[in-house]
Design a protein around this ligand. Sequence first.
Ligand SMILES: [Zn+2]
Length: 583
Amino acid sequence: MAIPATYIQELVARNDIHDTISRYVSLQRAGRLYKGLCPFHSERSPSFMVYPETQSYYCFGCGAGGDVIKFTMEMNSLSYIEAVRYLAQQCGMPLPDEDDGQAKLKARILQMNKLAARFFYDTLNSDAGRNARKYLRDRQLSDKTIVNFGLGYAPAEWQGLTNYLRTKGFTDDEMVRGYLAARNKNGNLYDIFRDRVMFPIIDLRGNVIAFGGRRMGDEGGPKYLNSGDTPVFKKSNGLFALNLAKKSGKDSFILAEGYMDVIALHQAGFTNAVATLGTALTSQQAKLIGDYARKVIISYDSDEAGQKATRRAMEIFEKEDVTVQVLQMTGAKDPDEYIKKFGAQRFEMLLAGANSALDFNLLKLKSQYDISIPEQRVEYLTKACDILASLNNPIQQDVYCSRLANETATDKASIKLQLERARNKSRRQQNYKKEKELLRRGVGRNIKVDYRQKGNTMPKAFAQQQIICGLIRDNSFYSLVKDRLTPDNFTDGDMKRAYIAFTGLVERQVAVDYATLAYHMPAESAKVLAGIFARNAEIIITGKDMQMHIENLLTAKLSQSEASEKSVDEIAQRLKALKEKKK
Ligand SMILES: [Zn+2]
């Protein structure tokens, strides 16, 4: 069974390596890492290390090493897929082939939800649904939109749906677990959704996983009522209309505040709109958006509350590899109203002009300087580069450098140089803090390799390891390596395999962390890699370092030991060549 890279990434992200391992091993913090007694061999002083940064572990005593999946396998004698299944269960992630009681319950609830959606839809189109139909028409929803979203109506009865589901063979318990019914004081069931317009929430596989219900009048409980968490649904990681937005084929998503906004947007042709399910944006949802879109345009309400939510969402997206833009609407309170008032075309223009969070900060900075004065221009550029230092994407860096160059009539190359300086400075500042912490704890003394050493004296194997470490820590270093190195430059077989796996993934736009890479490599090589991460955990790798290592790899002569390391491959190749000659 092939597991998608994004699935493994999410699994690893949700099962923190420190949390997982500390269930078995008592870990103590030592600067950036944790140490403890190795569970895989008997020892008295700890040589087992856990590295939160790379989400890996390594034992300097017995050489055991890997990611959280490997640990779970070794610790519990599980196969890879069994370990994945176990970890998925630990964090409540669905797995396609579960076979226990929980899986059966999930299947029953999904079946029940499908029937409930059908029931709501049929009720909407019956006599009982007359008011609801009028309500949707008043909101200017077309029949096509109603069908497209599978909208329905929950009748104003206490046991409308409950009675229907009973005739279909569902038990009281299943209805309660599925959040469609609740029990009153006497233990009798009643419908949770009553006299509401119903919005089914559909996952990427087309399953109805939950419902949102909106009341039509001013009375009858909260305006929006949403399913609570069930075995098939977690409010904090679901997105409304993700199934449709994914199909839109666009690489940007519009994040709106509510169902009605999303539906209005889709009806107007913006089929890449999604919304959270009655909660503020969570980091899981931001991750999910990042999995499917490269850009997100936040289009929350223009009121105070909406703007506050926008700022919060911007902060949450900061950790994701996704470009964030913010829509600034005037003359309407939300996208729904805007489109009704001004039309889809105007909204399209609004989208095109949305400001990025970065632009927003740069504009603010620029307003503080008069760039016609040289001193102020220099200061503006310096500070602007400080802001841009957070950019990891080399293409983005380039775009902004060009823009700054045009804006200030300055040479682009010197801006790029300043940006590189700013990036180094921000890394140095972070590393300085970390090193200080390490020294305080006495781990700094373990740093043995002088990584700033230049020239051919540095072993070539070391350069290869540094390049791989650097690439995994900061994928954007790939732009430095890409045109200069081929897999054949890596004479160390494990590093070569790592490089091939890395390029394969990164070329497919997959963000590559250790676990993702490990999944795409032979187990033995993955283990070697964990050891290398462990030995280099304290070594800082900057863009300059990367360049130095590349240079080293391309120019340095093979040392004796390395030549003998390489000889196996070389001999094999020579033999092959000889054989071909003979023929
Ligand atoms: Zn060990």
